[in-house]
Design a protein around this ligand. Structure first.
Ligand code: NOJ
Ligand code: CA
Length: 648
């Protein structure tokens, strides 16, 4: 169900879910910990922040159909898997074959490298195995599908029985989601004299070298990365760069992506977002949300950082969240290259969460196809495990690069540079499928916990103890808590550490170790070398016909000040401030609450936020009340920004 905004709408990204199954599962699932019933928690209707993402380079995952390996140009295929720039055979059937492996790992959403039809030539000794040199955004790369699927038999988007459709079906059958990687910034580089030849379901529509209709920018390569105009208009690595001012181009790319959404794609990962102006993304995203209201979208702003104004501005105003490169680099320094500042580096990034409107929605990761694999930085598998355990329990939505759980890495040309790009050696063929590795098990357990415990997916993060080697933190939301302790060094004993857990004996989800909590603390807390401890406590969850996840940004509160929401309906106290609904502090820029609606589900309501201050009168927002039609069922989001207050 969609919340329908009346004319004066708050800044809201629609999110349509049916939380019933989720909420019931959470209420009935026992508050532990060691024994999470994963099956019970699998539902496609989960909030995206509860997902565990797994990123796959399709060609390097699994060859499920050797019949498609040669594609249109057999020269680009290397059956020996020695030439790293050539295709090695992975395909969509291979992914279908491994879906049970992935689901068992706890993966709930897979992000696939772009699967559109690519140029079939080598460029700097590399074929487009990665999928970022598109020829036709409406067709699939023939190497990833079945030989008689589109487009070789000239089937079009109307065809609905391809291996792609089967992949979606098989994913959805398992309550898993598909994230499609899309590229709006560019098509292809110069291969054999042709550049940017673009097709619309088989019909040629543009050509960089014969650009009568101005589909492309022609300003040459970016040479000053500090110049925003150049970054947005010039070329990246010789790739033909689309001219977003051309409405034909915009209609083409939007219609192409909508077709994939219609075929069942659940979410989008968007390439090179810093290379196009924000207005393009705002227009593009609103159109995607109108077309498929519950689509989740995140972008790649390369090397985004919380202290980089442009990337933060993009995350806050473009309509999509972003991949969290800032946290990734801190993790790589702290646990990859063992920087002496250790966990302080990570904490310094978290301390800047207030710069984002939605820090809990950032996509977190430790490596990807554009940088050295973590194990190439540091072959210590215990450090890798600590990094993964952090990702799975910290704020943000974790994304694992394929093979992490199998310790997959190839160190050719490896070095210890956290920014280094050892493409293509970071894209080895997945070759083992061991379901008993320690990381496989950690991910499995913690992915279940992300769905079980809302403090992990939506809550605030509180530092409890920190040194370069030891980091203890609590995730907190409503009555739920998750206490995490990570130790990169030798065994230590902490005299006491605050856990915020209820007083009783608790069991660590990962190790099964038992801990007595008294006054909310663990005394004489012994943490083994390279050990990770995770203790979860799930409070009572909401049950309602409609749940509104209300997020308020931009309000500066001092100690003792609280935010509530009041409105003209019983759920919001009928304007009686004594009955207003409380929001919870997430960080200095974000207050959040899940608000249950029963009586007013399906009705038009008015509301505004109020700051309650000790010893003085409440400060109400200074605006005509916000108005909203509450969905008749399901879960929806309000994204509001505090309107300056007026004394009352
Ligand atoms: C970022 C992608 O992740 C990278 O692999 C690709 O080469 C560039 N964008 C260009 O599309
Ligand atoms: Ca194949």
């Amino acid at each position: 169900m969609v919340n329908t905004p009346p004319s004066q709408a708050s800044e809201t990204q629609y999110q349509v879910e049916n939380p019933q199954a989720e909420v019931e599962a959470i209420i009935e699932t026992p508050d532990s910990d060691a024994d999470i019933d994963l099956e019970f928690l699998y539902t496609r209707d989960i909030e995206f922040r509860q997902e565990t993402i797994y990123f796959i380079v399709i060609d390097r995952f699994h060859d499920g159909n050797p019949g498609n390996n040669k594609g249109f140009n057999s020269e680009l295929y290397d059956p020996e898997k020695k030439e790293w720039g050539k295709y090695w055979g992975g395909d969509l059937k291979g992914i279908i074959d491994k879906l049970d492996y992935l689901r068992n790992l706890g993966v709930t959403a897979i992000w696939l490298t772009p699967l559109f039809e690519q140029v079939e030539e080598l460029f700097i000794e590399s074929a487009a195995i990665h999928g970022y040199w598109t020829k036709d955004f409406k067709r699939l790369n023939p190497r990833f599908i079945a030989p008689d699927d589109e487009p070789s038999l000239n089937k079009t988007q109307d065809t609905r029985n391809t291996v792609f459709d089967r992949l979606i079906e098989e994913l959805h059958k398992r309550n898993m989601k598909l994230i499609l990687d899309i590229v709006c910034n560019h098509s292809s580089p110069d291969t054999g004299g042709s550049k940017g030849e673009l097709y619309d379901d088989g019909v040629k529509i543009a050509d960089f070298n014969d650009d009568k209709d101005n589909w492309y920018h022609h300003y040459g390569e970016v040479n000053n990365w500090e110049d925003e105009w150049q970054v947005q208009n010039c070329e990246l690595c010789g790739l033909a760069t689309f001219n977003e001012n051309n409405i034909q181009y915009r209609n083409y790319i939007k219609s192409a992506i909508k077709q994939w959404l219609d075929r069942g794609v659940d979410a989008l990962r968007v390439d090179t977002v810093k290379h196009m102006p924000i207005w393009f993304w705002q227009e593009f995203n609103s159109e995607m949300y109108n077309h498929k209201p519950d689509v989740f979208i995140f972008g790649e702003w390369i090397y985004s950082r919380p202290d980089d104004d442009l990337s933060v501005e993009f995350a806050n105003n473009s309509g999509m969240t972003i991949l969290d490169f800032g946290l990734c680099m801190a993790l790589r320094q702290a646990l990859g290259t063992n920087d002496e500042a250790g966990f302080y580096l990570i904490n310094d990034v978290l301390k800047q969460d207030y710069r984002y409107n939605g820090a809990t929605e950032l996509i977190t990761f430790i490596d990807n196809h554009d940088m050295h694999r973590f194990l190439t930085l540091n072959p210590d598998v215990d450090n890798l495990r600590l990094a993964v355990d952090f990702l799975m329990t910290s704020r943000g939505i974790p994304c694992l690069f394929y093979g992490t759980e199998q310790y997959l890495h190839n160190d050719t040309n490896g070095d210890n540079n956290i920014y280094g790009n050892n493409d293509p050696y970071n894209r080895p063929m997945m070759d083992t499928w061991d379901t008993e590795t320690p990381i496989y098990w950690d991910v499995r357990k913690l992915s279940g916990l992300r769905r079980l415990n809302p403090a992990i997916s939506m809550g605030s993060q509180w530092e409890k103890y920190i040194t370069p080697d030891v980091f203890c933190y609590v995730r907190r939301y409503n009555g739920s808590r998750c206490f995490v302790a990570l130790n990169r060094g030798d065994t230590v004993t902490l005299e006491e550490v605050d856990t915020e857990l209820p007083d009783r004996e608790h069991t660590c989800v990962l190790t099964g170790r038992k801990f007595e909590v008294k006054d909310g603390k663990i005394y004489n807390f012994e943490l083994g070398a390279k050990e990770a401890i995770v203790i979860s406590h799930v409070g009572e969850r909401l049950k309602a016909q409609t749940i509104v996840r209300a997020q308020l940004n931009g309000v500066q509160t001092q100690l003792g000040e609280r935010i509530v929401v009041i409105g003209d309906c019983p759920e919001l106290g009928n304007w009686d401030i004594g009955k207003a609904y409380p929001l919870e502090y997430i960080n200095p820029n974000t207050w959040f609450a899940e608000i249950p609606f029963n009586e007013s589900a399906g009705k038009l309501i008015s509301y505004k936020y109020v700051m309650l201050r000790e010893g003085t009168s409440p400060l109400r927002e200074n605006l005509l009340a916000r108005r909203w039609v509450i969905a008749s069922e399901g879960t929806v989001k309000w994204r509001d920004t505090w309107a300056s207050g007026t004394e009352s």
